[in-house]
Each structure stands twice: as C-alpha cells, then as structure tokens.
Design a binder for this molecule. Structure first.
Ligand SMILES: [Zn+2]
Ligand SMILES: [Zn+2]
Ligand SMILES: [Zn+2]
Ligand SMILES: [Zn+2]
Length: 499
C-alpha cells in the first residue's frame, strides 16, 4: 500500500490553488482496500465534499471523433487549417498556439518528429495526454505513481503503437516507463470518453486524470456523486446521502444499472479487484432484481436469480418453485430479451419502442431487468431532445411513468443522489407541474363554460320573462283596443235575441 501520508502531501500540493481551508475529507486507511478518502465531519446529502482539478487532460481522439479540436483549450476548431504550423502534429487554435502549454507540447512532439505533421492523427493526439506526464514536476509525477495502476500485459500497447507514428520516438527507458505507467494509472483511475464511467448519464468527452478522485474506493452503492464544471473541467464531488463523520467516501466505477455478474466481470477484468459490497453479496441486489429473469417453468410466476454471487457462470434458482437452471439456460432468455429490446431501441420510431416496452416486454422479461431499465433511460433521453413520433399525451405519460420507474429502482437499491436521479426528479417535477397546469387550465375552461352557461340561462330567463311580458302586454292590448276601437269590436248580439 502506498503511504496515506505521502499521498496526502502530494494531493495537498495538487489541490493547493483551490483547496478548502477546512476540508471535509482526509486520506486514511480504508476498510475496502488500501487507502481511501474519509469524511472528517458529518456531511449532509447534496453537500460538496471536494473539488478536484485534472492533473492530466487531453482530447480523447477516438477514431470516430472529429480531430479538429484544440489540444490546449479543447475547443472545436473550423475543419480547415487547424494543425500547428510548427510541425508538431497537434491541432491548436491560434490563441493557444502562443501559450506556454503548447510551447512545451510542441517542443516535445517536434523533437520526436511526427511522420506526417500536417495530418491529424488520432494516435498522436490521444498520446498527448499521456506524454504530458513527462513534463510534470517530480511531485506531480510522484502523485501519478501513488495511484493504483492496472499493470497487465496490455498497458504497454498504446505507447508501442504511438512510437510508430514518429521518426525519433524516445528510446530512453525512463521516459517510456513514465508513459506506460501513466497509461496504466489512466486505465484504472482516469476518465476517457468511452470508459464505463458514463454510469451517471453525463458526457465527458476528454481523457483526464483527477488524482483525489482516483484515491476514492469503489462501492456499487456509492455515497457520493460527481459532476464537471464545463468551463474549468473541475470535478465537483457531492454527498449522495448523509455521510457520518469517519465514514469512507465512495464512488462507483461501473454503471449503476448493471447486474451483479456483469459488474463483477467488469471490475475483475478492467480494474483488477473483486467487490464485496452488500449489493454484490446479495443475489437479489437488495430486492431490485436487476438481473432477475422469469422462471423457465411456464406455470411458475417466480423470478430466477443467480444462486450465489461472485461467480462468472453461476447456477440460477427460482425463488418460487426452487427449480435450478444453468447459467447457459438463463443467458438464452437474457440474450433473447436483450436482442429483441435493443432491436426496437435502435429502430427509428420512438412510439414503437414505447409501445413495445409497455405492451409486449412483460411477457418475456421482468420489468426490473437491466435491459428494460436501459431501454427506458434511452426513451427518456430521446424525449429530452424531442418527442419524435409520440403524441403530446404519450410523451407526457411516458416521461412520468419511466422516471418514476427508474427512481423506484434507485430507491430499492438504496442509491442516494446522482446526476441521473436529479435529472429524473427534475423531469418528474416538471411533468407534474405541466400536469397541474393542464388541470388548472381544464378547470378554468370548465369554470368559464359554467359561467357562460349560467349567463345563457340568465339570458334565457330574461328572454322568457320578456316574452311573457310581451304576451301579457299583447293580451292586455287586445282587450284595451276592443273597448276603444269599434271597428274591431265584435258585432253586438242581435237585438231580437237580447230581448
Ligand atoms: Zn485553443
Ligand atoms: Zn506546435
Ligand atoms: Zn459491489
Ligand atoms: Zn419457478
């Protein structure tokens, strides 16, 4: 284990420009693994625990990316003439071309002699974030060496491949070792556009290393969550739940909604450890049944879960009829459901996907299964952009229903705040507001209608009264005129009869 005290000292130097005078955390010995970040006082849910700045940051420059972004300010550039004119092989904006950071990058890469300096090459641009470690101060480099590194056979591949893109790539073992080590640390603790840390529905488009964050240990139900400040790329870490003094502050390295088996495999393969948190030790995942499947016996309505946790190919057990199934048998059901739902997710019609989820899925996959949750998240994300071919009403109902479903799963898992939860809660709040507004509008319409009807009734009454009056007047007029006007008066009875 790397000494917590030395890590603390190096982190203090790194955070010096913006560290709190009285930080709510310290580096200490962890019950989970090695050292970790501990709360020095009790923290309230939502409270900022710390801010971290990237020790290294650069463009992720994945093959599918457009490569016309500045390697210093990371901003997108017009897609012509964005390469440095000095021949370093890096894209840079005119403003940043004059900055010290580019001068350092430029001198280093120029001396390595890129094969085609005028062509943007993703391998070279991607390497920059790693190669910058060479020009850090000794303390900063020591801090990188303080962090966990996944030193498996693959960690040398990146630098080896990048070397082919330069004419005079350094052969100095020490420099190569610094870069390889940085790659290994990045793979364990860093952020990369495509890494699996997209667990919280937020995009991070760069490759970066946040050292204090790197010291935090993993828990599948983390008690903190993070966001990024778009302008400074600072990371802000907040309490997801109330954290008592002395407790370890944890984060998650995996997606929140993957099942036990997938998380176990990912952590083992990519991060090199086995998680023993309460969620991982519970086949039902705290009753959330994220990997639950239907019993293969069609007469049984029970859910099937892995028999024990922590195995890549466990047997599965029905909780109702106790029937056992092999992993392969259950994976057939899961693969079928995933295939069917993903096909609908990838189709263009949002309405089709929603109808499929609402009407068809429950017949072959439990609502709690991660593939259903993922599809619902996809729907909510698409609805945030626009409602596509959904009617206003379907979109509104879906927003309400799915965000409720997802927050319920979070509650079952015991997940506190996260960006995802904040987003869905905001969505729920807005949808409920919209609903209340619509109801108020409807009530107002009804009130106006009633008012109009009342007025109409009043008018009818007045009219009726008027007509009655007219009729009465007409009647009265008839008798008056018969008295006064002999011409219209009935003829007097014949005299003879009256006698
Ligand atoms: Zn720039
Ligand atoms: Zn340059
Ligand atoms: Zn776990
Ligand atoms: Zn069963």
């Amino acid at each position: 284990m790397i000494c917590p005290k030395r890590t603390s000292e190096l982190l203090d130097l790194h955070l010096a420009p913006f560290k709190d005078k009285d930080p709510a955390w310290e580096i200490g010995v962890s019950k989970i693994a090695g050292r970790g970040v501990m709360a020095t006082r009790s923290l309230k849910r939502g409270e900022i625990i710390f801010k971290d700045s990237p020790l290294l940051i650069g463009l992720a420059a994945h093959e599918e990316d457009a490569l016309n972004a500045c390697t210093v300010c990371l901003k997108e550039l017009p897609d012509t003439k964005f390469m440095c004119r000095q021949g370093c092989g890096l894209p840079v904006c005119p403003l940043c071309a004059k900055k010290k950071q580019h001068k350092t990058d430029c001198d280093m890469f120029k001396s390595w002699g890129p094969n085609e300096p005028e062509v943007a090459n993703s391998v070279i641009i991607r390497l920059l974030c790693i190669a910058r470690a060479i020009n850090l101060t000794k303390d900063q480099r020591d801090l990188i060496y303080c962090l966990q590194a996944n030193l498996d056979n693959n960690h040398r591949t990146e630098v080896r491949n990048a070397a082919k893109c330069f004419k005079n790539f350094p052969t100095d073992k020490k420099l190569i070792e610094i870069m390889n080590r940085t790659v290994a640390v990045m793979r364990t603790n860093g952020f990369d556009k495509t890494t699996d840390r997209t667990n919280d529905n937020q995009e991070f488009n760069y490759r970066a290393l946040y050292p204090l964050f790197g010291v935090m240990n993993h828990d599948c139900i983390p008690n903190s969550y993070y966001t990024f400040d778009e302008k400074t790329n600072h990371m802000v870490v907040r309490a997801a739940v109330d954290i008592p003094e002395g407790f370890e502050i944890t984060t998650t390295y995996t997606k929140l909604f993957t099942g036990n088996i997938a998380r176990h495999l990912f952590l083992k393969m990519k991060k090199g450890f086995t998680c023993k948190c309460p969620r991982c030790s519970d086949p039902t995942e705290k009753g959330a049944f994220i990997s639950g499947l239907y019993c293969r016996d069609t007469n049984c309505t029970g859910l099937v879960v892995p028999e024990i946790t922590g195995l890549p190919h466990p047997n599965w057990n029905c909780l109702e009829c106790k029937q056992k199934s092999t992993h392969a048998q259950m994976m057939k059901s899961q693969d079928f459901a995933s295939g069917a739902i993903n096909a609908k997710s990838n189709s263009n019609s949002l309405k089709t996907l929603v109808q499929y989820l609402n009407e068809k899925c429950a017949s072959f996959i439990p609502d709690s299964n991660y593939v259903v949750i993922d599809a619902k998240i996809t729907v909510l994300q698409r609805l945030q952009v626009g409602r596509e071919d959904c009617s206003e009403e379907l979109a509104a109902n879906t927003r309400l229903r799915y965000s409720r479903d997802i927050t319920q799963v979070m509650d079952k898992l015991g997940l506190g705040d996260s960006l995802l939860r904040t987003q869905w809660e905001e969505l729920l709040r807005r949808e409920e507001e919209r609903r209340a507004k619509r109801q108020a509008e409807e009530a107002e319409k009804q009130r106006k209608l009633a008012e109009l009807q009342a007025k109409a009734a009043e008018a009818d009454k007045i009219l009726a009264a008027f007509e009655a009056e007219q009729a009465a007047e007409a009647a009265a007029g008839t008798s008056a005129s018969s008295a006064g006007d002999p011409a219209t008066a009935p003829a007097p009875p014949p005299l003879a009869e009256s006698v």
